[in-house]
Design a protein around this ligand. Structure first.
Ligand code: SF4
Length: 374
């Protein structure tokens, strides 16, 4: 597994108030006695420019902590013509330590620097503006442009976020990871406002195409410890990969999950199959010569993304969904970035709007709250 201690260098923007900035203080504390070099810099743009010209694109060994000038929150980008839920994303950085072969960041990043936004006070004031006084329970996730916990042993951002969300009345934070870095989460007063989520795949898929991430065993062990610490959990079967023995492998994966985790503690399960946008296939083919991922015939959807043929997707979703329902019919699962046609086939209904789909999340949240009170 790739560890944050494998990072070689961390640049820190002098414009952040070093003595009062929790992320910088955490980095200085956690990199003592490691070989990671720290350099304070005046001009982050120079660093970006240097790495844009000289960096080797997939060498993920340098981190820049700087003052982000743009927006921190966005709606989940969803996809044209696909059914979406009302999910919001906060970005505390861009770039990931891991190197999943299907990762869309390959097609999105133009320089190899991993970044963390150090001005969290701006993130928090943006969240407050967004949610304050609204009669709506927000689900807000990290982990769109990075793994939520991959760098946590060094930057310790999870306690900062969990403590902050614990005080908010109408928001749940989702931390989404393929790591097992949960140590910093274990003794927090999270107030049931954080869901810790893992993306899962069968071990042979993790070994082949999710290099650097925690093994399935490590992920499930971490999930169990987080459950014991009282957190709600979520699991993302996304991207599911069509391969020989997929049915047997995903069923075994579900058996392992349900043998480890109490289904009453699972807030949601998402299902999505492998997809890629224009330009990504060529990058993957160049980088991963032995992969079968891009050899499968795919079809382009209304959002221009390529997916497996709908007969394959339908069979995969129906199989996994019925297996989940057999285990616990009350479990809430949903399709991520899928068509109305697929919703109709798998769930026998189509959410009429993102608001409509959101009510299912809300019902599950209320149900879980009632369990914790009884
Ligand atoms: S963990 Fe997520 S963000 Fe990181 S490489 Fe894998 S898919 Fe990309």
């Amino acid at each position: 597994m790739i560890q944050p201690w494998d990072i070689k260098k961390i640049f820190i923007d002098n414009s952040l108030n070093k003595d009062h900035n929790p992320i910088i203080q955490n980095i200085l504390k956690n990199t003592q006695n490691t070989s990671i070099k720290i350099e304070f810099i005046d001009n982050p743009k120079e660093i970006f420019d240097y790495y844009l010209k000289h960096g080797s694109l997939f060498e993920k060994d340098t981190l820049l902590v700087y003052r982000h000038q743009g927006k921190f929150i966005s709606s989940c980008p969803g996809s044209d013509g696909m059914v979406c839920c009302q999910y919001f994303v906060i970005n505390f950085g861009i770039g990931c330590l891991y190197d999943c072969h299907y990762c869309y960041l390959q097609n999105f990043m133009n320089q190899p620097l991993m970044t963390v936004f150090g001005n969290l006070e701006d993130l928090f004031s943006e969240i407050e503006k967004k949610i304050k006084g609204k009669n709506f329970h927000f689900r807000i996730g990290t982990g769109e442009y990075t793994d939520s916990l991959a760098l946590d042993p060094i930057i310790e951002i999870s306690p900062i976020l969990v403590n902050y969300f614990a005080q908010l009345e109408n928001a749940t934070l989702e931390l989404k990871t393929k790591s097992n870095h949960i140590e910093k989460l274990l003794n927090l007063n999270h107030n049931n406002h954080t869901v810790v989520a893992w993306s899962l795949n069968p071990p042979e898929i993790i070994d082949k195409i999710e290099p650097g991430t925690a093994s399935l065993k490590e992920r499930l062990e971490a999930a169990k410890r987080v459950q014991e610490a009282g957190y709600k959990l979520a699991f993302h079967f996304d991207p599911m990969i069509y391969h020989d023995n997929w049915e047997k492998n995903y069923k075994e994966l579900l058996d392992q999950l349900f043998a480890t985790i109490d289904t009453n503690r699972i807030a949601w399960i998402s299902l999505g199959t492998f997809r890629y946008s224009i330009g990504q296939k060529e990058i993957m083919q160049k980088r991963f010569l032995d992969d079968n991922l891009t050899k499968q015939e795919m079809v382009q959807g209304s959002d221009k993304k390529f997916r497996y043929f709908k007969t394959i997707r339908q069979e995969m979703y129906a199989t996994i969904k019925s297996y989940i329902d057999k285990k616990d019919p009350k479990l809430f699962s949903y399709l991520c970035m899928e068509t109305q046609y697929m919703w109709e086939k798998i769930y026998q209904f189509v959410p009429q709007s993102s608001k409509n789909l959101d009510s299912y999340f809300e019902n599950r949240r209320i149900y879980m709250e009632s369990l914790s009170k009884s």
